[in-house]
Design a protein around this ligand. Structure first.
Ligand SMILES: O=C(O)CCC(=O)C(=O)O
Ligand SMILES: [Fe+2]
Length: 337
């Protein structure tokens, strides 16, 4: 795939020094991560700590799951409430909308379908949202792999949270203390092959422009491409965020933006057709299937999120009221489902 790395606005950051470097090296990386999240809201993270074999396995299991018959996938259905983010959602079920909460507005947006199907899972020990697994005999090994993958992502989360705290001049464990229960959401996404023209003309969408809700998201994508991130300098202009081997895309969510009094940016992003592969634009083409796996991180549900120390002062008023994680996330989830 042709892509101009020179114009990549999203920095690539190696997290290894945060894990094994000297305190000075760790502080240096923390500064880079902080600046990326302040200026862009996105970073490509190398050495995030999730073993490549687990990532590769997760994509293989995801493909196997979505290759099941529709009736088998529907045996572990997403419940009909937005806040219960577990189980399988078929094509067209969910419509990602940006900050529209009235029913008329949502119905209007739903007219252009998101051409994707998804399977959501979370922490095995979460009493509020038990997982909705496919039966073991249908897809043996799926559950065990994703439990392992979930744990590995949680470990990567911890290192990222420590690093951001250091970068913001907070206690290293400041954010960890708000993320003890690991009530995160891991989502398998499959975007079926679709006629490219439909995506380009906006008659079908993969994921419409949106920001994520929580603290941050760790996203694994395959090589197909199509993820686009809004340009920080030019509203409405979206730049490609292509696959880069050995990295995860990490982005800030709305709750951390609010928590930081808008210092860290929760940047709009979407999934469209991947960049054209060759000069042949005359034929009607199908974009290949695409798979991605976002891991959405949120603070513990009962915690009150209010302006971070250092993000307000006499000349810098607090922009938001305190809110609990649960109030905030449920409000956002109920709007999309
Ligand atoms: O599929 C992707 O690459 C991104 C998906 C995404 O942004 C989301 O699910 O919030
Ligand atoms: Fe997203």
């Amino acid at each position: 795939m042709t892509f101009d790395m020179e114009n990549l606005s999203i920095p690539i950051i190696d997290l290894e020094p945060a894990r094994t470097g000297t305190p000075e090296q760790a502080a240096q990386v923390a500064q880079e991560v902080y600046l990326a999240f302040k200026n862009v809201g996105f970073a490509y993270i190398k050495n995030h700590g999730v073993p490549q074999s687990l990532v590769d396995g997760a994509f293989e299991w995801s493909q196997k799951f979505f290759a099941l018959s529709q009736s088998d996938k529907m045996k572990s259905p997403h419940p009909p409430y937005g806040w219960y983010q577990r189980g399988y959602s078929g094509v067209g079920r969910e419509k990602v909308v940006q900050m529209i909460f009235d029913e008329e507005g949502i119905a209007g947006k739903r007219k252009t379908p998101d051409v994707k199907e998804s399977y959501d899972l979370g922490n095995e020990n979460d009493p509020r949202l038990p997982n909705i697994w496919p039966a073991e005999e249908l897809i043996p090994g799926f559950r065990a792999h994703f439990n392992q993958f979930y744990e590995a992502c949680a470990a990567a989360e911890d290192l990222l949270l420590r690093t951001i705290a250091i970068g913001m001049g907070l206690e290293e464990t400041f954010f960890l203390d708000y993320h003890r229960n690991k009530t995160n959401q891991c989502r398998l996404l499959h975007y079926p092959a679709v006629e490219e023209e439909l995506l380009r003309r906006g008659e079908a969408e993969r994921v419409a422009a949106h920001s994520d809700f929580g603290t941050m998201t760790i996203l694994f994508q395959d090589e197909v491409g199509g993820l686009e991130v809004e340009d920080i300098h030019e509203k409405g202009k979206f730049n490609p965020a292509p696959y880069i081997q050995g990295t995860a895309v990490v982005n800030i969510g709305d709750l951390l933006m609010r928590w930081s009094n808008d210092e860290l940016k929760s940047t709009l992003h979407r999934v469209r057709a991947p960049p054209l592969m060759d000069s042949d634009t005359t034929r009607s083409k199908m974009t290949p299937d695409r798979y991605s796996i976002p891991y959405f991180i949120s603070p513990d549900r009962d915690r009150v999120i209010e302006c971070l120390p250092g993000c307000y002062g006499p000349d810098r008023p607090k922009n938001y009221e305190p809110v609990t994680t649960q109030q905030y996330v449920d409000m956002r989830l109920n709007a999309i489902y």
